[in-house]
Design a protein around this ligand. Structure first.
Ligand code: SAM
Ligand code: GLN
Length: 290
């Protein structure tokens, strides 16, 4: 079978399974199997596929038609211009998280911040991107999931960042105390789980059936439980200058209020994502505020 026919056939099957971007995914899976960059695939349309290539493609298309996420099937995805390994041990990096990095870089520069903790690091995208972008940064990446931390450590290895990023398992900020970071941490950043139980059934099958539930679901009815727990643990950290979060749609105002109340934050920054939804809430603290 020719490559063009195999792609057409796959696209049809993915469409029938309700996959949203069937055309793109059929080509992305072919590009992955044949190890040909997506942009060059069209030049190979007349190529005849070997039996092994067809079988490998068939397996991936079958998984995708069961709504396994494309990023898990190809094993990596891009975030802030870098490639991250990605598999079911952790949440798939989202483009929505990129404004978190933009805001962090601004605050880091303005306040000359060096010691950063990323709480609930997942694949490690926030911790590792900040370490890669800021040469002097020292980062502690934590997660309650040791599986996610193992994947984040593989990403650190792959990006050559193991010397400035440490990993520690535990709930929220507990690992900071255990790792001796509580006295020196200057910035706490987190994209905690913020999906509400009642939202669960509205999620796409790729998310609800394949991504780790504990990476997405907050146990409190308003989805703000993670923010409350982290903010409470941020009080009394002597060197802390900034705390900030990715938030879900409609959660920015209440999260900002929480930070004002509990941390006494005077300056709050709220930033939108590409879809114009308030996505980042950052509190800049005066020395001794918290
Ligand atoms: N930071 C990654 C990102 O932006 O793609 C992952 C974010 S994911 C929404 C939330 C992460 O928090 C998951 O990796 C999950 O395992 C972790 N997590 C959930 N509850 C936690 C807790 N109590 N303490 C620490 N991490 C937690
Ligand atoms: N943005 C993710 C989603 O809607 C949720 C991430 C989170 O819970 N922090 O799929």
């Amino acid at each position: 079978m020719k490559l063009s026919e195999a792609i057409k056939d796959a696209q049809k099957r993915l469409e029938e399974a309700g996959v949203p971007e069937a055309d793109f995914d059929a080509r992305a899976l072919a590009s992955h199997v044949l190890e040909i960059p997506l942009t060059q695939l069209a030049m190979h349309h007349a190529r005849l596929l070997t039996g092994d290539e067809l079988a490998a493609y068939e397996t991936l298309v079958c998984c995708r038609s069961k709504r396994e996420p494309l990023q898990y099937l190809v094993g990596s995805t891009e975030f802030y211009g870098r490639e991250f390994l990605c598999d079911p041990r952790a949440l798939i990096p989202r483009v929505d998280t990129e404004p978190v990095i933009d805001v962090a870089l601004e605050i880091i520069e303005e306040h000359d911040i060096r010691r950063i903790a990323d709480i609930g690091t997942g694949t490690g995208i926030i911790a590792l991107t900040l370490a890669a972008e800021v040469e002097e940064a020292e980062v502690l990446a934590t997660d309650v999931s040791s599986e996610a931390l193992a994947l984040a450590a593989e990403n650190a290895e792959q990006l050559g960042l193991t010397d400035r990023v440490q990993f520690a398992a535990g709930r929220w900020l507990d690992p900071l105390h255990e790792a001796g970071w509580a006295e020196t941490v200057e910035m706490v950043v987190s994209n905690p789980p913020y999906i509400r139980e009642e939202e669960w059934d509205t999620l796409m099958p790729e998310i609800a059936e394949h991504e780790p539930r504990e990476a997405l679901l907050d146990t409190e009815p308003d989805g703000l439980g993670g923010y409350r727990a982290i903010v409470a643990q941020c009080t009394g950290l002597p060197a802390l200058r900034a705390v900030f979060f990715e938030v879900g749609e409609g959660q920015a105002t209440e999260t900002a209020e929480l930070m004002r109340e509990v941390l006494g934050a005077r300056e709050i920054i709220i930033r939108k994502d590409l879809g114009k939804i308030d996505r980042v809430v950052a509190a800049v603290l005066g020395v001794g505020d918290a």
